[in-house]
Design a protein around this ligand. Structure first.
Ligand code: V3L
Length: 84
């Protein structure tokens, strides 16, 4: 975005960027101050929860991944949506 912020989810020893479309949609929901945002990842419905700063699939909500909004220079980035 123009302000340099991006959305990331947690991987092992680093962070993955969300794909561009998800990144834009998450940012839009965040700026609208929605409590959470739902998106489909590989055919699976996930919740991005801005209150707890986790994402999880609705099928297995106890398996959570941290999310993060930050400038890319502050983040150890593994790649984009699982692609290195
Ligand atoms: N975008 C793309 N794929 C995702 C996302 C997302 N936002 N969330 C989960 N997955 P879980 P390392 C990740 C994938 O949380 O080596 C990475 O993208 C997730 O992929 O248990 O540990 C890598 O591809 C996982 O394959 O519901 O850093 C991979 O893990 C699957 O959905 C390995 O990354 C289940 O995730």
């Amino acid at each position: 975005f123009e302000d340099g912020y991006q959305w990331f989810y947690e991987g092992r020893n680093g962070w993955w960027r969300y794909d561009e479309r998800a990144n834009e949609e998450i940012e839009e929901a965040f700026k609208a101050e929605l409590p959470n945002f739902e998106l489909i990842i590989c055919g699976e419905l996930y919740v991005v929860d801005f209150k707890s700063n986790y994402q999880y699939s609705k099928r297995c909500p106890t398996r959570k991944r941290a999310i993060r909004r930050d400038k890319i220079d502050n983040v150890v980035v593994k790649g984009v949506a699982g692609i290195r």
